[in-house]
Design a protein around this ligand. Structure first.
Ligand code: SAH
Ligand code: SF4
Length: 406
């Protein structure tokens, strides 16, 4: 049980601790010289428990949540409607620690990418995609990924570790702060809303393989005392961890995107190995169950277009037949190449023919837009050890997010 949960104890892995190494450590909370809690990692229940443990009223949790997530302060001292004594008490056990930024690059079209150091030579990325009516942030949930999809460079890197709740929430916190600090101009910001209006979990990692931290972070994204995003403005993309889809449906049903990529099991087994454990019939049944509680009345199917592998009109017909009973939309993603991969990107004409079959069968089908292309060049300037973890990943993430986050 994470620290600070109701019924939890004061001793536990400090997943949110700003001083503990990744993975946490068992150190008594608040002991002199002990460890400090990162406030970014505490959801509403966690903050309430923190203040209960400090012998303070629960509303202090909401007050601090406003400071951290709405006023975006990075220092307990700045929380000026807390008494000096309470600030001192809080600062003795907790702090706000945002991500360590390795690089921050803006493309000609306004797409902005941050590379974040998460320790031990690992880095993850997040991407801001500005549009006329919204600002979308694409965030990461893991350093690397264990699921090893055949066409994915993150999968090829292997798994390093789960991000903590603080590291996931810290991405949204930092993006909002940085955009405001740089004087972002957007109509909703002029009306007093935060720069980021939509979040997509489509960066590095499989969010449902880091379930607890992701769901806790989602809680903070949706909490009216924190970011107050509506569930339809938060999209989680998964390769298809069926039991976790069912858990998410009960715990926090945000908008769902499924990385489908194939219309039959043998092909999907090859492309998305988790399909061997949760084959298409199970996955699609989970989608239908999810739709009972989903904030939108459709799921988005992502489909990466691989030349000669899954991109013929026969494949499109097969796919349409497979999902005929599922309220859904398709997002076709031209595959983004990386060295050593045994795939090619489908020619444009084939992607459009594939799209036409799906459209003719009544499915809304978008082809990803390319955003922020020119910052890929800047990625080439990054330090080698982080370059491979990020460079190739960026184009498709930006593209997928741009077409999914409505
Ligand atoms: N792990 C989750 C979310 C991150 S991946 C998932 O798989 O859904 C986000 C999207 O990018 C997924 O649809 C994934 O299949 C796709 N993707 C991965 N590698 C890609 C590549 N090289 N080119 C295009 N899309 C890719
Ligand atoms: Fe992991 Fe998603 Fe890449 Fe598959 S596509 S390896 S699940 S990040």
């Amino acid at each position: 049980m994470p620290f600070g949960r109701p019924g939890g104890q004061m001793y536990g892995p400090h997943a949110h601790c700003v001083r503990c190494p990744p993975g946490g450590r068992n150190v008594p909370f608040g002991r002199p010289g002990g460890h400090v809690i990162n406030l970014l990692g505490l959801d509403a229940a966690g903050l309430a428990a923190l203040f209960a443990n400090l012998g303070e009223k629960p509303f202090r949790g909401k007050q601090v949540s406003h400071w951290v997530h709405q006023r975006l302060v990075g220092d307990v001292e700045a929380m000026t409607d807390l008494s000096r004594a309470l600030r001192a008490k809080l600062a003795a056990v907790a702090a706000v620690r945002g991500p360590v930024v390795v690089s921050d690059t803006t493309a000609a079209d306004g797409t902005r990418k941050w590379l974040l150091d998460v320790g031990a030579g690992n880095a993850v990325e997040m991407v801001y995609i500005p549009e006329d009516d919204r600002g979308t942030l694409c965030i990461s949930s893991q350093a690397g990924c264990a699921l090893d999809c055949a066409f994915c460079s993150t999968g090829k890197q292997g798994f390093s570790r789960n991000l903590t709740t603080a590291e996931i929430v810290g991405q949204l916190w930092h993006a909002n702060r940085a955009l405001l600090a740089d004087g972002i101009s957007a109509p909703w910001v002029d009306q007093g809303r935060a720069p980021i209006t939509n979040v997509v979990l489509m960066g590095m990692g499989e969010p449902l393989a880091n379930y607890d931290s992701v769901v806790s972070a989602l809680g903070t994204f949706l909490d009216d005392n924190a970011y107050g995003l509506s569930r339809r403005r938060v999209t989680l993309s998964t390769s298809g961890l069926v039991p976790a889809i069912d858990r998410l449906r009960e715990a926090c049903p945000v908008a769902l995107a499924i990385s489908l990529h194939a219309g039959n099991d043998p092909l999907r087994d090859r492309l998305v190995p988790i399909n061997r454990k949760y084959p298409l019939a199970q996955l699609l049944a989970a989608c239908l169950r999810y739709l009972d509680r989903a904030p939108r009345d459709f799921v988005t199917f992502e489909y990466v277009m691989l030349d000669g592998v899954n991109d013929t009109t026969d494949h499109a017909h097969e796919l349409a037949a497979l999902v005929r009973d599922i309220p859904c939309k398709f997002n076709l993603i031209p595959w983004n190449p990386f060295p050593g991969a045994a795939f090619r990107t489908s020619p444009r004409a084939r992607i459009l023919a594939f799209q036409k079959v799906l459209m003719d069968r009544g499915f809304v089908t978008t082809v990803r837009k390319t955003r922020g292309d020119d910052i890929d060049a800047a990625c080439g300037q990054l330090a080698g050890r982080v370059q491979d973890r990020t460079k190739r990943h960026i184009r498709m993430r930006v593209a997928a997010a741009a077409t999914t986050a409505h």
